[in-house]
Design a binder for this molecule. Structure first.
Ligand SMILES: Cc1cc2nc3c(=O)[nH]c(=O)nc-3n(C[C@H](O)[C@H](O)[C@H](O)COP(=O)(O)OP(=O)(O)OC[C@H]3O[C@@H](n4cnc5c(N)ncnc54)[C@H](O)[C@@H]3O)c2cc1C
Length: 415
């Protein structure tokens, strides 16, 4: 599928030329997505530093908008900007992908064959979407009632699919976590339900949410209002159901029931699929990975547990938080402070508490702003307002406030 290019993970390793060049930068950042650019922007604001960002994509994406694109609120182009405009002034952009790590020698090797050495390394290449882990899925997304918001070039097809739905079964799937934005698989379902009511097809349709998780949401304080939304909308749930196959010709989805191991087949008229996700292969096979394949960092300091000059943030890291841009906004200042302390041989004093946020639209014009920490306890940014209530103000925040905060605040190292 075209969109995997965006992750930079499908560069054909065997096509790499022989090693070409060696170069050195004081701080090398792997990945110029949400985490890499936010960390770079904060670093160059904090101190004069020789920072290089290795990033293969010419485009930068604000992925949280894809939910709204899939629901027909915005065109997809609204989520895309030129990468070059977000490389902080003074930093070097190396337009290449990292293929392997040599942390004992403080070096990375790129797909283009360059060997780049560093004094300090920040690893932020995001995660990998494993479309091919679902039999029958690859090549069928975007046609025949199959759609997914998890790729830039697919999210507009979700809206076409929702608009084209004339009744029957609308199926929404969620794989076994971790995934990025664990709320996204249900957000699009709530908006689809609202659209079906507006277009008059809801009374001749079933909506089914089939998830690999044991319940609607990990943080109990937010599971309560979300279960109420599911009940209010008449959505059927099938938990501990992990999608293993789709049969596009028969319009059938096959699940493994995780307790019994039994195979369950659900026929659909449209299906929104969230692909299984995991660490990028080049991280998984590197000395930086933990057993699960993620970059092995301390959960409060973001420093690597074996290589003290290596740090990581964002989706590729082992941080046991919800993989979101919102989490990165709180991780980046901690990382930068602790990196600078490491450079000065000082103790690491900054600590990340696991803050993450998941803005869940429950209708057009209504949103539940779930903010929580490592203990899954609410961590509201606006403590005077009950965080378990759906509000129009949070919908406006999602549409306008958060994108502005991202492009002008986070990525500029200001917020
Ligand atoms: C549909 C959807 C809805 C979402 N909704 C929300 C939301 O409402 N709120 C929220 O906070 N978050 C949301 N997210 C999650 C959020 O977008 C991610 O958690 C965030 O972008 C992760 O940042 P990152 O820097 O770790 O990875 P990314 O932003 O994905 O960036 C990784 C970068 O690394 C580059 N890269 C890949 N491989 C290599 C390599 N080998 N060498 C060098 N560079 C490489 C990629 O090209 C990319 O630019 C959503 C995501 C999706 C898909």
């Amino acid at each position: 599928m075209e969109s995997t290019m965006m992750d930079g993970t499908d560069l054909a390793l065997e096509q790499r030329p022989a090693q070409r060049r060696s170069r050195h930068h004081q701080i090398v950042i792997v990945g110029g997505g949400s985490g890499g650019i936010t960390a770079a922007a904060r670093l160059v604001r904090a101190m004069p530093a020789d920072v290089a960002i290795i990033e293969p994509s010419a485009k930068h994406y604000y992925q949280p908008l894809w939910t709204l694109v899939g629901a027909g609120v915005f065109p997809k182009e609204r989520s895309e900007r030129d990468e070059v405009d977000y490389i902080p002034k003074g930093a070097t952009w190396i337009e290449d992908a990292v293929a392997s790590f040599e942390p004992e020698d403080n070096a990375v090797v790129t797909a283009g064959g360059d060997r780049i050495t560093y004094a300090y390394l920040i690893v932020a290449p995001g995660l990998q979407l494993n479309w091919d882990a679902i039999k029958g899925l690859e090549g069928n997304v975007g046609r025949n009632g199959v759609c997914s918001n998890y790729a830039y070039d697919q999210c507009e097809r979700t809206w076409q699919t929702i608009q084209g739905f004339t009744g029957g079964t609308a199926l929404f799937t969620m794989p076994v976590p971790p995934i990025k934005c664990a709320g996204a698989p249900q957000k699009i379902m709530y908006l689809a339900d609202s659209h079906f009511r507006r277009s008059g097809v809801r009374d001749r349709s079933r909506i089914v949410y089939a998830a690999g998780t044991p319940g609607i949401f990990g943080a109990p304080d937010f599971a309560v209002p979300l279960n109420a939304v599911v009940a209010r909308k008449g959505i059927e749930t099938r938990y501990k159901h992990d999608l293993t196959e789709i049969r596009p010709d028969e319009k059938e989805a096959v699940f493994k029931q995780l307790d019994s191991g039994e195979e369950v087949t659900i026929p659909y008229d449209m299906i929104h699929v969230t692909p299984p996700q995991g660490p990028p292969d080049f991280i998984k096979r590197s000395p930086l990975a933990n057993e699960a394949g993620w970059v092995d960092v301390h959960k409060h300091t973001l420093q690597h547990v074996r290589f003290p000059n290596v740090f990581s943030l964002g989706d590729a890291s082992s941080l046991p938080t919800s993989k979101t841009g919102a989490a990165i906004r709180k991780e980046a200042p901690v990382l930068v402070k602790n990196l600078i302390a490491t450079m000065r041989s000082q103790p690491l004093t900054a600590s990340y508490d696991g803050y993450a946020s998941c803005p869940l639209p429950t209708d057009y014009g209504k949103l539940l702003l779930a903010e929580f920490d490592y203990d899954m306890k609410p961590a509201p940014s606006f403590p005077l307002l009950d965080p378990t209530k759906e509000r129009r103000a949070w919908w406006e925040l999602k549409l306008h406030g958060l994108p502005a905060l991202y492009w002008h605040g986070m990525l500029r190292g200001r917020a």
